[in-house]
Design a protein. Structure first.
Length: 128
């Protein structure tokens, strides 16, 4: 039976430690979007993982930082089944506009930076 990956970012797929964030920051290729920055690092043979950063200087107060992270996390979660299971370390850094951008614009921006990084497989047709 062919099991399809679910739209869920499991704890094993999350970047949590400062050490892991720093590793991706150092080796990752920056891809700038209108509302966020993606640092994408090749991690051959490792599980693909994703992390989110929203700094006080870049985004604003705690409410805005939490909202920015939640918005990015939800958009990535909906596309997670299209990210290869292995080979990528991804860190999204929120800009101030992440909080106020219309959902569709933010979602298109996230898709574009993921596709540019080569970390997003094409969407399957509804009938497939």
């Amino acid at each position: 039976m062919d099991r399809e990956r679910r739209e869920r970012i499991t704890p094993g797929n999350r970047v949590r430690s400062t050490r892991d964030f720093d590793g991706i920051k150092q080796s990752g290729v920056p891809i700038r979007g209108r509302h966020c920055l993606l640092l994408a690092a090749a991690r051959p043979g490792e599980t693909s993982r994703v992390g989110f950063i929203a700094s006080r200087k870049g985004v604003g107060n705690a409410v805005e930082r939490n909202r920015a992270r939640r918005r990015l996390r939800e958009i990535v979660r909906r596309r997670w089944s299209r990210v290869p299971a292995t080979g990528y370390g991804l860190v999204f850094i929120a800009y101030r506009t992440t909080v106020t951008a219309p959902h569709e614009d933010l979602a298109n921006d996230v898709e574009r930076v993921l596709a540019t990084a080569g970390a997003l497989n094409p969407a399957r047709a509804a009938g497939d």
